[in-house]
Write a new protein. Structure first.
Ligand code: RNT
Ligand code: ZN
Length: 417
């Protein structure tokens, strides 16, 4: 489309008035990887057990046809999605997504079960991240895993987490980029909990046991994800915000902030500048909660723009591992990925196009009039023209054209499954 370039040239002049070099911005944006979560592709079921049921207080709703039920299908779907997203990215795997070929217990998973993913990642030039799966399993049926009062249960999950770190380290070693291993435990209680300290102490001890094995930072990094409540664990969550931030900071690990894991008026964009005072690196689970931790596909809303703005304004981009976490089973799952990934990039682009230094200068002079006037004026600058050009030069469809590709794939592949 010839007018994409033309529109870009005009937009470029407009941004230059604010001292922004759009060519440089596009180069920066191209090099910000986003970790795309594999679990949007199959409603968080995995390949351990074809009749697997999602538990742990999280839920997918919807029954859109064509979900991936084998690792081959999932990899093909991910490839399709990646072909419609500009830039070079990462894939975030959960432990239930191995090529198991038979029954493999969670505490017996090994790097060999993920060798095909590594081979695939090399071929597709993507990094891999990882997560132990501490839910959807008979050993998590009581709603407790490594905080369970029974040592046998705790030890099982400790073994699973250790095995998961070994797999993550294998990813990092093979692919030359550290795999972030994210630890999220659904542990909690439905109703008024009398002993809240005991489970937290047990979780802390379990984690220390897991981390008694050390891996080089070039291979794997560990992150902790807190939560305020889950379905069936409304009253008490062992891995609360204070627990996880405290654990991560005291052990030199990463803090994971999931956009859906706080009280309804709390936003993670406001937390970044606080957490970065104490943590070296952060993992994000960018998600969209509607009334609860509903994990809707992320849209280009104010909070998404605010998250990106905080990362860019404060120079946090290089210390942040941006991952997505949503699972909508009511729409085409590949479209869900593409919409979410492209939106994350659009939000970053808007942030990169901001004349931050001028805004900060006004703010430091307490000139709030200039600050507000500028913030409002830049909202209507032609960022869309810059985005379209970014897609074009990175050889992915411009505008809504990508949906045609998804529809074609749906007809030829998904609906035949
Ligand atoms: C659950 C957490 C967690 C999961 C994934 C599947 O509330 O957000 O990150 O969504 O591990
Ligand atoms: Zn999450």
């Amino acid at each position: 489309m010839s007018y994409v370039k033309e529109s870009y040239e005009l937009a470029k002049k407009r941004y230059a008035e604010y001292g922004i070099d759009t060519d440089k911005v596009l180069e920066t944006l191209k090099n910000i990887p986003i970790s795309m979560h594999c679990w949007q592709g199959d409603d968080v079921i995995g390949f351990e057990n074809p009749d697997g049921e999602l538990t742990g207080g999280i839920q997918t709703t919807g029954n859109y046809p064509g979900k991936a039920t084998t690792p081959e299908q999932l990899r093909a779907d991910i490839e399709k999605a990646l072909s419609l997203i500009p830039g070079k990215h990462r894939i975030n795997l959960h432990a239930i997504y191995g090529d198991f070929e038979g029954n493999v217990e969670r505490d017996k998973i090994e790097p060999k079960h993920f060798a095909k993913w590594v081979e695939w990642a090399k071929k597709n030039n993507v990094g891999l991240d990882f997560n132990p799966t501490c839910f959807s399993h008979p050993m998590s049926a009581d709603g407790m895993t490594i905080s369970h009062p029974d040592k046998e249960v705790r030890d099982f999950w400790i073994r699973h987490c250790k095995a998961s770190r070994e797999i993550a380290a294998y990813f990092g070693k093979e692919l030359g980029t550290p795999a972030v291993t994210n630890f999220w435990f659904p542990d909690g209680m439905k109703d008024i909990t009398v002993d809240k300290y005991g489970p937290r102490k047990r979780m802390m001890e379990g984690l220390d046991e897991i981390f008694s094995v050390e891996y080089p930072k070039e291979y794997t990094l560990d992150a902790f994800e807190s939560k305020v409540f889950g379905i069936g664990a409304e009253a008490y969550t062992v891995g609360s915000n204070e627990f996880c931030v405290g654990y991560a900071v005291s052990r030199g690990k990463l803090v994971c902030l999931d956009a859906g894991h706080y009280h309804p008026t709390e936003v993670i964009s406001d937390k970044l500048s606080a957490v970065f005072c104490y943590a070296d690196e952060v993992l994000l689970h960018v998600s969209r909660p509607i009334r609860w931790d509903s994990d809707h596909v992320i849209v280009l809303d104010d909070e998404l723009k605010n998250i990106a703005a905080e990362l860019v304004r404060n120079g946090f981009v290089n210390r942040t591992h941006i991952g997505l976490d949503f699972f909508d089973a009511s729409i085409n799952r590949i479209a869900a990925w593409v919409i979410g990934m492209r939106n994350m990039q659009k939000a970053l682009l808007i942030a990169l196009l901001e004349p931050t230094a001028d805004l900060v200068a006004a703010e430091q002079k307490f000139d709030f009039t200039t600050r507000l006037a500028t913030l409002e004026e830049i909202k209507t600058l032609p960022f869309g023209a810059v985005w379209d050009y970014f897609c074009e030069i990175n050889n992915v469809p411009v505008g809504g054209e990508w949906l045609k590709e998804v529809r074609k794939y749906e007809e030829e592949v998904l609906l035949k499954r």
